[in-house]
Write a protein that binds this ligand. Structure first.
Ligand code: DX5
Ligand code: ZN
Length: 220
């Protein structure tokens, strides 16, 4: 079976010790760096922007998975490619011309992801699923780390997985928000391929051990 992946969310890192936390991820069993970019418009919070992403790229030795929580993401596609994003995920709710946006991301050599908010029906992706490399299913309302997992996510993931299989699409399913050892295996059983974890990793006593444990659960 294809290995299930772990993507620690850098949003929960200690920004005064960012290099230390990036090196921790480098030396861990994590697979990707999950990077949350928020604009204070699409979501009520502002995270960080280009200079920080540039610094992350200089240290990160694994796939850089950028999750854009911004309006009109088309404006910045080229710049994110230049700054080292390997996967660029835009929100369904922020893209009136989603097909065009996905093609533009791929044209810059990146994998194209689509994130959906908790209220967004997975069926809305049916006509474009073959063009999506990754669907990021939000299991909290985007904007903040440390929120509680929304239980309805399991059934959304199951329906999405069925759609992907039916269409023989190459799409990976990523879960973002409130992921812990308590919900990881049920998420994988429902069809998830990638688990994002912020607070669960960085607020733990031993992040390396926490990542290892999550990876074991996801692949058991
Ligand atoms: C929320 C972000 C998440 C967040 C996850 O808007 O997209 O990636 O950092 O953090 P936790 O795991 O703490 O919910
Ligand atoms: Zn995210």
């Amino acid at each position: 079976m294809t290995p299930k992946l772990i993507a620690p969310s850098v949003l929960a890192a200690d920004f005064a010790n960012l290099q230390r936390d990036l090196e921790m991820i480098n030396s861990s069993e994590a697979d990707w760096f999950h990077i949350d970019i928020m604009d204070g418009v699409f979501v009520p919070n502002i995270s960080f922007g280009m200079p920080v992403l540039k610094a992350i790229n200089e240290h990160a030795k694994k796939t850089i998975d950028v999750h854009l929580m911004i309006v009109d993401p088309d404006r910045y596609i080229k710049e994110f490619a230049t700054l080292g994003a390997n996967i660029l995920t835009v929100h369904y709710e922020a893209c009136p011309h989603l097909h065009r946006t996905l093609q533009a991301i791929k044209a810059e050599g990146m994998k194209a992801g689509v994130a959906i908010n908790p209220h967004t029906n997975v069926e809305l992706l049916k006509d474009i699923i073959q063009d999506i490399d990754l669907v990021c299913v939000m299991s909290v309302n985007p904007g903040f780390g440390g929120q509680s997992f929304i239980e309805n996510t399991y059934s959304k993931v199951q329906r999405l997985k069925e759609m992907i299989v039916t269409h023989n699409a190459p799409t990976l399913i990523e879960i973002d928000g409130g992921v812990t050892d308590k919900n990881a295996s049920q998420l994988i059983n429902a069809g998830a391929d990638v688990l994002v974890a912020g607070s669960y990793v960085f607020k733990s006593e031993d992040p390396l051990k926490t990542i290892k444990g999550l990876k074991e659960i996801a692949n058991s």
